[in-house]
Ligand binder design. Structure first.
Ligand SMILES: Cc1cc2nc3c(=O)[nH]c(=O)nc-3n(C[C@H](O)[C@H](O)[C@H](O)COP(=O)(O)O)c2cc1C
Length: 382
């Protein structure tokens, strides 16, 4: 399968019975209700553009420190994480984390003084990160233990977005009202709660809505669970019932079957996909092919398991795109981890991954892929 044959048109059905459909988030209409989850170390700008082509209707940067942006007003150090390619990945959200409302206010102002970053379509607030060094500072999921502070952060962020829109520093929405003065939506991503004794996601979602959020994403695990254990989809149902703004459900969507199940079981508006999309941008194509009512005469995504050739071509596209942006050395180092995901499910993936870890240059990755492809051919994998 060649990569070009995989692109998924944004032209999904807007028929209400289609499980995949455009979604209005405040002043923005995203082309469909599938989103790539923010993932530090994975959801870089090149990968986000690939996922958009494969059918994700919304992509999100990894978390970026609001305070870090304030200390770096020229956005030099944060650029690596903040960079977006507006022409290739919109609609795109920039995700911020922090614990001080003033930091968020200022960071949003600074983002909107930048000619490229101001073209983002949404600002997303991270209130779900479980990492100790983040929660120690009262950031990420620690904010679920301090709803009044979370509310003040959302209000400060909404105020900043209203001011940048009024000052014309906004670029207008990706679609929707078409008015440049429309206020860019703010969204919040959070968890089921801090731990099993303090599950508060439905009340927290209501607080987000009242403070001005245009949509929320609920990752159906507590902070204590980190990423292990089964996601509790019943909390997604409860959050959906608690608010009127759109809700994205997140946690354990691994294919079209689980995507359908989450939509039908929880009544949620959109799906956000994390780990199952690592090295697997085809998941958006798979879900669209299975769940969308595509126009009968329009282009239809073909879905089958990606061939070794398609995987290798995607690795090289991702790698070369990164190399242009961050330099060959960093790109290869980052792609070594991603390569393991791209090889997932193929024969002897663990051994091949160990070999891939030795690559230091793009040429070495190319040589590795040639050897790998020969082995897949020998094993008649297709
Ligand atoms: C490697 C990795 C990095 C992540 N980074 C972020 C992040 O920067 N911001 C965020 O909100 N969530 C982050 N997450 C959480 C995911 O967005 C998502 O909520 C979680 O993986 C559950 O979804 P899944 O079961 O589909 O993987 C990260 C997850 C992983 C595995």
């Amino acid at each position: 399968m060649d990569i070009d044959a995989c692109f998924v048109s944004d032209n999904v059905s807007d028929q209400p019975e289609s499980l995949i459909h455009p979604l209005a988030i405040g002043s923005l209409v995203v082309p469909n209700n599938l989103a790539l989850a923010p993932m530090a170390g994975t959801s870089d700008t090149v990968y986000r553009a690939i996922c958009r082509e494969m059918g994700a209707g919304l992509v999100v940067t990894e978390l970026v420190s609001a305070r870090g942006i304030c200390y770096d007003p020229a956005l030099k150090r944060s650029w690596r994480y903040l960079e977006i390619m507006p022409e290739a990945e919109r609609p795109v959200a920039i995700q911020l984390f922090g614990a001080d409302p003033d930091d968020f206010y200022r960071a949003i102002q600074l983002i909107h003084q930048h000619p490229i970053l101001r073209q983002c379509d949404l600002i997303d607030l991270n209130m779900g990160c479980p990492v100790p060094k983040v929660v120690r500072g009262g950031e990420g999921s620690a904010l679920m233990k301090d709803p009044p502070l979370a509310g003040r952060i959302i209000e400060a962020s909404v105020r900043a977005l209203a001011e940048v829109a009024a000052a014309g520093a906004d670029t207008g929405p990706f679609s929707g009202s078409g008015s440049a003065a429309a206020i860019k939506p703010l969204t919040v991503k959070f968890r089921k709660g801090w731990d099993d004794q303090s599950v508060n996601a439905p009340a927290f979602a209501r607080l987000c809505q009242e403070a001005g959020a245009a949509a929320v994403t609920i990752h159906a695990r507590t902070r204590d669970q980190f990423y292990s254990g089964k996601a509790d989809w019943s909390i997604i149902t409860a959050v959906k019932q608690a608010v009127t703004i759109p809700v994205y459900g997140n946690g354990d969507i691994i294919n079209a079957t689980s995507a359908r199940q989450m939509l039908q079981e929880t009544g949620v508006d959109g799906l956000m996909i994390g780990r199952a999309a690592q090295g697997n941008p085809w998941i958006f194509q798979e879900i669209t092919a299975e769940l969308a009512n595509l126009p009968k005469n329009g282009p239809r995504p073909f879905f089958g398991k990606p061939t070794p050739q398609a995987r290798a071509a995607m690795v090289l596209r991702h790698l070369r795109g990164l190399a242009v942006r961050v330099g060959e050395r960093t790109a290869v180092a980052e792609m070594r981890a991603q390569l393991a995901y791209y090889l997932r499910g193929t024969p002897q993936a663990a051994q091949w991954k160990n070999i891939a870890m030795r690559a230091k240059t793009v040429v070495e990755v190319e040589a590795f892929l040639d050897e790998w492809l020969k082995d897949m051919q020998r094993l008649a994998v297709n």
